[in-house]
Design a protein around this ligand. Sequence first.
Ligand code: MSP
Length: 518
Amino acid sequence: MSKRFYITTAIDYVNGQPHLGHAYEKVITDVIARSRRSLGQAVFYLTGLDEHGQKVQQAAVAEGKSPQAYCDELAQSFQSLWRSLGITNDDFVRTTEPRHKEFVQAILARLHAQGQFYTATYKGFYSTKEETFLTDKDRLPDGTFDPSWGEVIELEETNYWFKLREHQQWLIDYLEANPAFVQPDYRRNEVLGFLKSQPLEDLCISRPAARLSWGIPLPFDPNYVTYVWFDALVNYISVPAAHGDATVLAAAEPEPKTRDSGLRLWPADIHVIGKDILKFHAVFWPIMLKAMGLPLPKQVLAHGWWQKEGAKISKSTGNIVDPVAVINEWGVDAFRFYVVRELDIGPDGNWTDTGFKARYQAELANGLGNLVNRSLSMLKRYRQGIVPARSDGLAGEAARVVADTRSSLENHRLQAALLAIWSLITRANQYVDQTAPFKLAKDPAQAARLDEVLYNLAETCRVLAVLLWPFLPGTATKIYAQLGLCGEPDQFAAAAWGGLPAGHQLGEPSPLFPRKEA
Ligand code: MSP
């Protein structure tokens, strides 16, 4: 079996309902996964939840629930949101599952036996919220710690530490030799800047169970649980192990008891994450993998952060976007479209309700929706919905857009792909205005010309359905159905011009994006 294209998202903390930031990341990852499948690759898309640690424990306590019961309830919300968003993940990991916990413990036992950890007592300032020791570098100019660290306490504690210092130089060399490893480039430079400017501190991988019980017990010392990040990052390999990927099985046990299923996932092709957790993925994770003797992921792709109406998204101020409410009001494809079209993978973005409505109206309803509706309605009215003989009037333009879209998709330039696709929509709408089929229809001498125009429009709609599928799967499937075609437009190869056969009978046209009252 050849290796699957393995793509992951960050696993979300279960300390509240899923929000725009979580949803954005799952959507862009879904678009990449769907485009790879459409381009003919076998894909494995993994997402899930990060259920251990202080944040989750505190959130559960605040609601008077046991952490597990609290996580179980919220896991439903996350999974149901991903279903309504059309997310095509192949597995869903929860870090409280035995398959994950056992794998983490096997890794820890092995690294411990290899002498990768040591114990040391450390006295310093500790952020309980972020579960991490702070240093003087984290102090503001006035000597205090930023409020984002939450409560900061002075703590003296003995813990297990993972030696990182000896890894610093090879990681710098690796990042320099492999520009694609961290993308976009400015994020890679950030990581290099960090690594070159200071000696790497060792990583504290344990927390005393007496202080924080909600975690995976260290297999070699029951007085401690595993630091939440050491637990969480391992999800990217514990799931392949559970599926019988021999590469990762070997890392946990020298002679794996789990059977090799033949499935090959690791190394991951892309870890999609937000910019705030870059250090964990581009510094700690590669070092952990190297210590386990495993190959590194091919790419860490870091997206930016959303704001809403120019301010930080925050539950306490009520400045939020509830994806469920947006989907209920506007439809799932409107949500998927807006977030991908508005924000390229990399920079920060700003959700505005007026911007959302404007894109819905102009690009979805008046652009795509109007093109498909008038093209198919005219074909129905003037030709009883029977496709005329092939004509190549828009074939050249469509082929250019197909090529541009393919190359953008291959490079995960999702916004650029949408721009290319919309250039074809705009062109086809212009073509309607220029050729004026409603006038041609009144003149029997123009019947052949009308046939040509109607073919070009219907075929453009078909090509658009194929190109749009990774982004707007529901809409793409509706366009196919309205064209009287069976199945889903989920194979990119079908975007080649001329797929609609003469004599084919259309289905029923109906508006794709109903107009909304202001
Ligand atoms: N649990 C860790 C990740 C562990 S991965 C092994 C975590 N969880 S999180 O729930 O805080 O964030 C999950 C993802 O959502 C992260 O990639 C984060 O960057 C992203 N986002 C959270 N808020 C966001 C925005 N406002 N905008 C865009 N993405 C943001 O970190």
